[in-house]
Ligand binder design. Structure first.
Ligand code: DX5
Ligand code: ZN
Length: 217
């Protein structure tokens, strides 16, 4: 089963509730929310108040991707704001703090995901794989929408899929960055089953067609 998670980073923020409703009607499985702090990545986007507002606007599954340093400081607040899954970067803190952040999310009754930047090897995830609900493999350098997909990430997706098949077969594998109907078949073949798409959904007039084009590619 392939899930599509449109990234609201590419949406019209003046009409956020309608934009979300449009992609949910169009078949989106998750709504991907990119949180950037200007420190972990060279860009600033949105934060906790927007997650609270989204929670009031939709019942859709909120897949919240934290590109922030020291996520252990804020994961609890993102859970309380209404995130269904909180995903943060394994590079963003010390190993014990990453574990503590994961445990906070789990204790809040939410799903937890861990993400790796393009230069981070899959093996860095090994200590956490038994606790994680989703691994997010970045297929661009995090920070901006609309970048070009990095095909050299495909072997890493395969490695993670093979590690998870032994250690945590229910764990989802999400990819994020440059996903469109051309790149989607490559990541699916490598083992990804949750596809984030910003530009390839929100920059199209017909969001239902855009989502189906990625899902069925
Ligand atoms: C990048 C973000 C992505 C971004 C994807 O740092 O994590 O979620 O919105 O945008 P596209 O699909 O346009 O590459
Ligand atoms: Zn993202």
């Amino acid at each position: 089963m392939i899930r599509i998670s449109p990234s609201i980073l590419a949406s019209d923020f003046t009409r956020l509730a309608e934009e979300v409703e449009d992609v949910v009607k169009g078949g989106a499985d998750f709504i991907h929310v990119d949180v950037m702090d200007g420190v972990f990545v060279p860009n600033i986007s949105i934060g906790i108040p927007v997650v609270s507002s989204l929670r009031k606007a939709t019942d859709a599954f909120l897949d919240v991707h934290l590109m922030i340093t020291k996520p252990e400081r804020y994961v609890g607040e993102f859970c309380d704001a209404g995130a269904d899954m909180v995903v943060f970067h394994v590079e963003a803190s010390e190993p014990q703090d990453i574990l503590d952040a994961m445990k906070t999310v789990i204790e809040k009754g939410k799903k937890v995901g861990l993400s790796v930047k393009p230069k981070t090897p899959a093996t860095v995830l090994l200590p956490y794989l038994d606790l994680v609900d989703m691994v997010l493999v970045m297929t661009v350098e995090p920070g901006f929408g609309g970048q070009k997909f990095m095909p050299d990430m495909l072997p890493k997706i395969e490695t993670i899929a093979s590690m998870l098949s032994k250690l945590n077969p229910d764990c989802l594998i999400e990819v994020d960055g440059g996903i469109d109907p051309e790149t989607a078949p490559l990541v699916k073949k490598a083992g990804a089953n949750v596809l984030v798409a910003g530009s390839a959904v929100f920059k199209k007039a017909d969001r239902a067609a855009a989502i189906e084009a990625i899902r069925n590619a």
